[in-house]
Design a protein around this ligand. Structure first.
Ligand code: NAP
Length: 470
């Protein structure tokens, strides 16, 4: 109600009889994330006036004592949702406060808090799970606990798995709270209605990650195979906290993205030869040992596939390639190129990192500077861009603006969102043949899907996959 104009508010009570779904009434104060500008007396009067209008639920805040309003609601048969909000974090006494509001008879306890780290999210999940077994009267199955913002996102998509009575959504064009999911996305991308207690959870973990198209690829595959599984983005600033999240949710498989491909190695109980050779892991599946994870690298093959296609099936030996960047993805790229017998130059903002990637492969290295760009002229059959410069929040930037193209190079950009980065835009303009990041994304995801599901990626889901990623 706080989002309506005063002339609209007069008519709000006409809504419940017109729609065939239960309607929740909220008049939210700014402190709780709302927009109601009047004073508390006006707010309570408005709530009371609407109490008999057929709303199924009214949402009242923790700490609000309004006996007259509560009596009117009871008389009208309207149930109360008792909510606590924290727009800045997860309160240290969160569990206690939730227990306190859970003790109010006939009310549905609700909490909307803002995890700032994966460790915060783990704390929220623990609070939910500790209470989930309780009877509905004690706040068990009727309890609603939602995490706001990108880190809290999994609590929304997994609401029904976590025992929440419902989840909140609003259109992307007019989002009512941070972390709300667009209803169409919730249904089309995550198949929200099909998620239940037994749904297997998979995901991509990174920072940033909310742009990732891996959920689109994998959920589409799960759907076509009829699997009770969902694939989510996990925004992970802190790895240690995230391992708790993964255990609490029983996450079965993970795609690993920027910047964690190297750091996850410490958590692996086993790994394939490519992870050991590159020091980069982009896929984790549960190992047989309790609590263990098996690491696999599908980036090497994922990078090589589209490159082979660009050469009509066989990459010529002695290909002279410049690799820009020296992070986790670059390690896989350099490994694949050495496998093709390439001559390689690695250029990176931090030359020491370039050295660490180049030396084991017998490659040359340098900085992203005049000397580096001069050297690159001799490694110009292929130029591979592997840094994160060109994606959000640096989508308008080029990691090597002084590296010019003759038009004869094949330019391979690993970033897939946006489809054309400033770097790739320059290559296209110069007339270079290009390979888009989404080609590698799809290629590496095919093998991940097999590792996650034990099945090949469903052929029918391939149609329109590239267009869907853009
Ligand atoms: P990472 O390990 O964090 O490495 C990041 C790289 O970017 C490092 O070389 C870093 O240089 C460089 N960098 C960061 N900020 C920079 C700046 N302001 N100027 C110049 N260089 C900068 O990340 P990653 O896992 O390798 O991933 C890198 C990119 O590849 C991401 O955009 C990722 O989405 C993409 N990727 C795509 C696919 C695909 O399937 N299409 C697969 C893998 C990766 P320093 O060493 O100096 O810090």
């Amino acid at each position: 109600m706080d989002r309506l104009s005063s002339s609209e508010r007069v008519h709000a009570g006409r809504l419940p009889p017109l729609v065939d779904v239960p309607v929740i009434l909220t008049v939210r104060r700014p402190d709780d994330g709302g927009m109601f500008e009047g004073d508390e007396r006006e707010r309570l009067a408005l709530l009371r006036r609407c109490a008999g209008d057929g709303f199924a639920y009214v949402d009242l805040e923790e700490g609000l004592e309004a006996p007259a309003l509560e009596a009117s609601l009871k008389e009208a048969g309207t149930r109360t949702i008792r909510s606590l909000h924290d727009l800045t974090g997860v309160p240290s006494d969160f569990g206690l406060r939730l227990d306190r509001i859970s003790q109010r008879p006939d009310e549905i306890p609700k909490a909307a808090v803002t995890p700032r780290s994966s460790a915060d999210l783990a704390r929220v999940l623990r609070v939910i799970m500790d209470r989930r077994g309780k009877s509905p009267d004690a706040g068990g199955s009727q309890m609603l606990v939602l995490g706001m913002g990108a880190i809290g996102f999994p609590t929304r998509v997994l609401a029904s798995k976590l025992g929440a009575a419902w989840c909140y959504a609003s259109p992307a064009s007019d989002m009512a709270a941070p972390g709300h999911v667009d209803p169409a996305t919730l249904e089309d991308l995550y198949r929200f209605r099909s998620i239940g207690p037994d749904t297997a959870v998979f995901g991509v973990m990174g920072d940033p990650v909310m742009h990732s198209r891996s959920p689109f690829i994998h959920n589409r595959g799960f759907d076509a195979c009829g699997l009770d599984a969902v694939f989510l983005p996990f925004h992970v600033p802190d790895l240690e906290g995230f391992w708790q999240v993964a255990d609490l949710l029983g996450v079965r498989g993970l795609s690993v993205t920027v910047p964690h491909k190297g750091a996850v190695l410490r958590r692996l109980s086993g790994s394939d030869a490519l992870v050991r050779a590159t020091g980069a892991c982009n896929t984790m599946t549960r190992a047989e040992a309790p609590g263990g994870w098996q690491g696999t690298n599908t980036d090497v093959a994922g990078f090589a596939g589209p490159l082979r296609d660009a050469f009509g099936g066989t990459v010529p030996r002695g290909l002279a390639a410049t690799v820009i960047g020296a992070g986790g993805a670059a390690r896989s790229v350099v490994h694949a190129l050495s496998g093709f017998g390439g001559r390689i130059l690695v250029l990176n903002r931090t030359p020491d990192h370039a050295r660490a990637v180049a030396e084991p492969a017998g490659a040359s290295f340098g900085g992203l500077d005049e000397a580096g760009f001069k050297a690159a002229r001799k490694f110009a059959d292929l130029v591979v861009q592997t840094t994160k410069v060109g994606m959000d929040p640096a989508a308008d930037r080029d990691p090597a603006p002084d590296l010019s193209f003759s038009g004869m190079e094949i330019v391979y950009e690993l970033i897939y969102a946006p489809r054309v980065t400033p770097f790739l835009g320059r290559a296209l303009k110069a007339g270079c043949k290009v390979i888009y990041g989404k080609q590698m994304l799809i290629s590496q995801a095919m093998e991940q899907f097999r590792l996650f599901s034990g099945r090949p990626y469903p052929f029918e889901s391939l149609t329109g996959l590239e267009e869907g990623i853009d």
